[in-house]
Design a protein around this ligand. Structure first.
Ligand SMILES: Cc1cc2nc3c(=O)[nH]c(=O)nc-3n(C[C@H](O)[C@H](O)[C@H](O)COP(=O)(O)O)c2cc1C
Length: 188
């Protein structure tokens, strides 16, 4: 569909629904938006980097596969997060997609008052020459941060993946404001 056809179709749909084209809609309030997004189920990962030799990281649900050639993922980090600026400074980072055995790790990396104890667990592989990775991660990715895109309150980071490891385990899912294991029920 060309852009013109799409615009004409949008205008037709707006007229049919009684809304005037090009008239801004009322923005949804923050609580309605949060409530709606809480119903979006998804896996969670810990993004971690080294900042002047010290490990820094946080929990994200914004990890998304971007392309296969080249192998790229993206994730978004709020500018208020303590790890935001370290990630802006870092050349490389690691992404540890959590398994359903690691809800405790998920809590530690998503609560601001637990920032000091985040890398205390023996599960972290900390080396001076590589981004931190969780040894029990369902998927561990490391790579080069190739782009940082300003998106208002957040930055979007694009990671060119260099190393991949994976393990047999169930994923940790965040849904309806709680961490859950996946019910392995197939639907046709
Ligand atoms: C399930 C879940 C998903 C989250 N996803 C993101 C995310 O994608 N990006 C982000 O910036 N913060 C996200 N957060 C919030 C951060 O993990 C949280 O604010 C954390 O404390 C920020 O790190 P800091 O304490 O080092 O500032 C998420 C929190 C939870 C519970």
């Amino acid at each position: 569909m060309t852009q013109q056809t799409a615009l004409a179709q949008t205008a037709r749909l707006s007229r049919a629904s009684g809304a005037k084209p090009n008239q801004p809609h009322d923005a949804p309030d923050a609580e309605s938006f949060r409530k709606a997004m809480a119903r979006l189920a998804g896996g969670v990962a810990i993004v971690a980097c080294l900042d002047r030799g010290a490990p820094r990281g946080l929990l994200v649900s914004s990890l998304t596969s971007l392309s296969v050639e080249p192998p790229r993922v993206l994730f978004c980090v709020g500018k208020a997060a303590a790890s935001h600026d370290p990630l802006v400074r870092a050349d490389r980072c690691g992404l540890s997609v959590l398994s359903d055995r690691d809800s405790e790790e998920a809590h530690r990396f998503s609560k601001a008052d637990r920032v000091a104890e985040r890398f205390d667990s023996a599960n972290w592989r900390l080396r001076p020459d590589a981004p931190p990775l969780h040894a029990g991660a369902l998927i561990g990715l490391t790579g080069v941060i190739s782009q940082r895109i300003d998106a208002g309150t957040h930055s979007v980071f694009i990671l060119d993946v260099e190393t991949i490891e994976s393990r047999e385990a169930g994923p940790l899912i965040y849904f309806d404001r709680a961490f859950r294991a996946l019910g392995l029920v197939s639907v046709p």
